[in-house]
Ligand binder design. Structure first.
Ligand code: FNR
Length: 371
């Protein structure tokens, strides 16, 4: 039996326990510069102090037009990478592994941050032209009326090559900034998921049509990242395990399992199984405890490879995270909002599960937990 506080060995990298902080956008850069601030340092650093084995930095834009909001974190230049280096150092000093989610928002780019309404930003209003597999803008709503998002251009071959190159260069910078895990963001209706899903990919030619065509960009991006990521360090891919539509052709758990095999074949080490986000209505009806775990299990069971699987969604207690791992349902328990409510969730879990010898955790705080 594997316990939550048993290490996870991936290539030559040891993640000290099976708890990962899920990537969570903080929308906290100075507008338009994409450079990590004090906020990011304290936010990520606190979760490492709090006993997480792996701290995954938020969706970080690989190119400027791939930001969701003007305040998103970016890694399209060296200055942005340099600003992250002290945080990776600090996370490692706490015994945790620093990861970064490399992202491109596709047609969901150019909007305001959640606490400013998440509305579309048009080019004459601080926004920018966005790109996607097809030329259909995200359908926003304003007072119950449908409004198109910013102009969305169907990507041509040059855009596709530029995006692949941007992911590759971003991975190089992330590697040099000290990150040890790179996660390719292919979920939640952002660019790579937009190519995967027939809901949004209406292209003809090499990057559209059948499973092979729709998965090509995600595979090529993962290959590009793998090419520059050190051999001993793992690459993860976050996918939406399903689009949650049963009334139209869409991305399904069965296709996710097939994709997991293909990703394993090109050197990805873990599939992080989330769901939804491709279009309005692409959400589960219930988001209770472990709501995405059945998808992770379907991907694992349907996949012929032994690629590691992460599950995320509705994990809020130590016992629940322990059960996910101990029952072999996933290799990694990924925790989002609970780590916002409680940065020390890892220490608390170690205390509750009597794993106080295994947990990484600072001597400055251990006394408070009685270990
Ligand atoms: C998120 N989520 C998210 N997902 C992702 O892949 N990249 C990201 O940058 C973000 N950003 C983000 C910000 C905030 C504030 C929240 C709450 C969520 C989704 C997140 O990683 C996770 O998958 C979900 O929150 C579900 O897990 P929990 O919160 O139920 O543990």
């Amino acid at each position: 039996m594997t316990d939550l506080f048993d290490p996870l060995e991936l290539r030559d990298t040891t993640v000290p326990n099976r708890l990962m902080v899920s990537p969570m956008c903080q929308y906290s850069c100075e507008a338009r510069d994409g450079r990590a601030t004090e906020w990011h340092h304290v936010h990520l650093g606190s979760r490492a102090v709090g006993g997480a084995g792996l701290v995954m930095a938020e969706a970080t834009a690989v190119e400027k037009r791939g930001r969701i909001t003007p305040e998103d974190l970016g890694i399209w230049n060296d200055d942005q990478a340099d600003a992250l280096a002290r945080t990776t150092r600090f996370v490692k000093e706490q015994g945790a592994v620093p990861g970064i989610q490399l992202a491109h928002a596709g047609r969901k780019a150019s909007k305001s941050r959640p606490w400013e309404g998440s509305g579309p930003l048009y080019p004459d209003d601080g926004g920018w032209e966005v790109i996607g597999p097809s030329g259909e803008p995200w359908p926003y709503e304003d007072d119950g009326e449908r409004v198109d998002g910013p102009p969305t251009r169907e990507m041509d071959q040059g855009d596709i090559e530029q995006v692949i190159d941007s992911f590759r260069s971003a991975a190089e910078r992330a590697r040099d900034a000290g990150f040890e895990v790179a996660e390719v963001h292919a979920a939640h209706g952002y660019l790579l998921h937009e190519f995967l899903s027939p809901v949004t990919n209406h292209r003809e030619g090499d990057y559209g049509g059948d499973f092979e065509g729709r998965t090509r960009l995600t595979r090529e991006v993962t290959e590009a990242v793998r090419e520059v990521w050190p051999d001993g360090k793992p690459v993860f891919v976050r996918i939406s395990g399903t689009d949650w539509f049963d009334d139209r052709e869409s991305w399904t758990a069965e296709q996710s399992a097939r994709l997991a095999d293909r990703l394993a074949g090109i050197g990805a080490d873990l599939v992080d199984v989330s769901s939804g986000g491709i279009a309005p209505g692409s959400w589960p009806e219930q988001v209770g405890p472990n709501y995405q775990l059945p998808l992770a299990e379907t991907v694992r069971e349907g996949s012929e490879s032994d690629i590691a699987i992460g599950t995320v969604g509705g994990i809020t207690t130590p016992e629940q995270a322990q059960a996910v791992v101990a029952n072999g349902r996933a290799d990694l328990a990924i925790v989002g909002r609970q780590f916002l409510r409680d940065p020390y969730f890892g220490l608390r879990a170690a205390d509750a599960l009597e794993a106080t010898d295994e947990v990484t955790g600072p001597p400055q705080y251990r006394r408070a937990f009685g270990f």
